[in-house]
Structures are given as C-alpha cells and as structure tokens.
Design a protein around this ligand. Structure first.
Ligand code: PEP
Ligand code: MN
Length: 376
C-alpha cells in the first residue's frame, strides 16, 4: 500500500503542522439537541472533525444501541448549519450507503468490525468507486496483521485516503486501562506505512476521564498524528461510555495543555549530544547481550547436567527464588521491579526452551521462534 503525503483529506489537514488533528464529539448521538449543543461548543474549539456514533456495537442486548438513521440527519445538520466536517461509525454495507446518502464526510470502522474480515469486505464492497476518507480502528485483539488486513481491504476498494485509529486492545489482565495501549503495535504500523496517519483514541484506551490528557500527550510523544476524544455536554448522563467522556470545556483545557514536540533535533549541537548518548546506549546494549549470552551458556550447561542425571527441566522452587531475588535486586538498583519481572519471564521461557531441546534433541516444539508474525 502506498499512501500519499499530500492532496488527501488527512494529509492536507496534517500539513498545517504544529497542531494535531482533533476529532471530537459524543460517543453516541442521543438527541438532536445534544448533538447540536456539543457541535456548537466544539466548533469554537476548531476541532477538525465532529464524531458521533449512530449505530452502537454493544456487548449485550437491551442496552442503548444508538439512535439509528435519524441521527444521520442530525449530523447532516451539523455539517450544513455549522460548516463542520462530520464522521460516524459504519459496520455494514447498508450503514455505508445510508451515511453516503446523508453526505457524511468521513467514515470509521470500529474495533469490533475490524476483527471480522467478512464485515470489512462488505464495507469495502459498498465503498467501491466512492471517494471518501475512511479511518480504521484497530481490532479488539492485539493483532497487527488483522489491522493491516482491514486497511488493505478498504484500500483495494479504491480508497487511499485512509487513517488508522489506535484505541487499545482488550486484555484479560486487570489494568488501569480499559484497553491496553500496547504502543509497539501502532509504532510498528507507522514504521511500515510512513504516510498513513495514526490517530489515537485515548477515550477508549483509558476508559476514564483522568487518563485522557496523559494518553493524548503520550500519543503526540509517540509521533502520532492526532486524537479522537469523546466529548459530551453532560458526561455523567451519557447513554454510553459515561465514565470516559469529557465536557467541551475539559476538552479545551486538554487541548491547550498538549505540547507538540519537534519531530527531530533541529540544531547540530543537539544532534551531536544525542549521538554521544546513543553511542553509550549502543555500548550498554552490547554489554547486555554479552551478559545474556553468558547466562544462556550456563543454562545450557545445567541442561546437560539435568539430562545426564535424568532430572526434570522445570525446578519450580529455583524459579520462584530467581523471580523474587531479581525483583529485589532491581528495586535496589533503582529500576522498576515489575519491568524486571517481565524481563525474567521472557528469559525463563527461553531458558526452558533451550533445556527442553537438550533433553529431547530434535523436538520441533523447541525450535526457536524466529519467524516474523504470521498472518492467517
Ligand atoms: C466508539 O468510538 O464509540 C467505539 C464504539 O469505539 P471502538 O470501536 O473503539 O470500541
Ligand atoms: Mn464510545
């Protein structure tokens, strides 16, 4: 896929740099009055695009599933009376047709739809021959290939004016986030498609109002191109996502605090200093890998020893002791023990794999995993 860096809706907006792209509006359109009231407030903040969900994908039936078709007319009114661009979520071919009929400017595909190639293809078919910008949210599960696949389906329908929206990934682990950000996934997407704008949705990542500002700043620090922030005149009374919506006044405050950083060092002195530090980091990483190699050689020796003496690979007590002591050592050294625990989980998996392959020479299950991630 080849995305243009000018003469597209997103590229042209981004050309007026110094300001991230801002998409805002309620999670759901609830009434004509709520839509107009929110849009009027957001127009004053110069947001680029007004969002509102009309068809809401909900986990359980008998909850608020959106106002449906009538809401499209409210968005059309925002467009006509306030001159704002408007966007809504589409999940079926019929949604696309209805949204196009009402002159919606930009469409987005939601996380629950991106996971389903049949649904995305149906949307792509409905978009064939149409010229409209489309934003594709990541799938609910952390699967970059699935996200790219959905973008590809829309691209193949002839839509090249595309953006990705990072809204976090669901996870079984308890966490302060509603959807874990797993930043390496959007970063990898940016690395693969340099002109594809990546917009971050801190509302669905955070799930609570307090996290919107820090996540938005984080998004800009990661080089993302914009934010989508759910905004409601009275968030506590919202019919969906009440905890994560902010008032237009809070949005104004968040936007005024956001710092847009330079994309690069813009002075030779700064470049030199950064280069010096990078060289030191290179040397430190070299030492780190040397130390890992040393550790793995010892792991192999113990593996041989276990094999000779017919002792099982996993020694649970030893593992628990390693886990505990390394976390303590980390705390003493002033680094985050939780980070070191995660690191040791990886080291332990690799050590077990190595020793298992010594125990059972030729076991295909113990081949190192060097394949790049597989698409299915
Ligand atoms: C939304 O934007 O309101 C929405 C339903 O988001 P997601 O698809 O990210 O869950
Ligand atoms: Mn929402």
């Amino acid at each position: 896929m080849d995305f243009k860096n000018k003469d597209t809706y997103f590229a042209d907006l981004l050309a007026e740099r110094g300001r991230p792209l801002v998409i805002a509006g309620p999670c759901s359109a609830e009434s004509e009055q709520q839509v107009m009231q929110t849009a009027e407030a957001l127009k004053k903040l110069n947001v680029h695009l007004f969002r509102a969900g009309i068809w809401k994908p909900r986990s359980r039936p008998n909850t608020f599933e959106g106002v449906g078709l009538q809401g499209l007319a409210w968005l059309a009114r925002v467009k006509q009376e306030l001159g704002m661009r408007v966007t809504t979520e589409v999940a079926t071919g019929r949604h696309v047709e209805e949204a196009l009929k009402q002159g919606i400017d930009v469409l987005w595909i939601g996380a629950r739809t991106t996971v389903n190639p049949f649904a995305v293809q149906e949307i792509a078919d409905a978009l064939s021959g149409v010229n409209i910008p489309v934003m594709v949210k990541n799938p609910v599960n952390p699967d970059l290939a699935l996200w790219i696949g959905a973008i590809e389906r829309i691209y193949q329908a002839g839509i090249t004016d595309l953006a990705a929206i990072h809204r976090g990934f669901s996870s079984y682990q308890p966490s302060k986030y509603r959807n874990a950000p797993v930043w390496q996934i959007p970063i990898e997407l940016k690395a693969r498609f340099q002109n594809l704008p990546v917009i971050v949705d801190p509302s669905h990542i955070g799930g609570t109002r307090d996290l919107i500002y820090p996540l938005s700043q984080r998004a800009l620090d990661m080089g993302c191109d914009g934010v989508m922030i759910e905004t409601h005149p009275n968030p506590a009374e919202a019919l969906s996502d009440a905890e994560q919506q902010v008032t237009p006044a809070t949005l104004a405050d968040i936007l005024s605090k956001l710092q847009v950083r330079k994309t690069n060092y813009d002075d030779a002195e700064l470049v030199n200093r950064a280069e010096e530090l990078r060289l030191k980091i290179d040397a430190a990483d070299h030492d780190l890998i040397g130390a890992l190699a040393q550790r793995m050689a010892l792991v192999e020796q113990i593996g041989e020893y276990k094999k000779q003496n017919n002792v099982q690979v996993l020694q649970l007590e030893r593992w628990k002791e390693i886990f505990r002591t390394r976390a303590d050592w980390a705390a003493e050294a002033g680094i985050n023990p939780a980070f070191v625990e995660e690191l040791y989980k990886l080291i332990h998996v690799e050590s077990i794999r190595k020793q298992t392959s010594i125990m059972q020479a030729g076991n295909p299950e113990t081949k190192p995993n060097t394949e790049p991630e597989q698409a299915s």
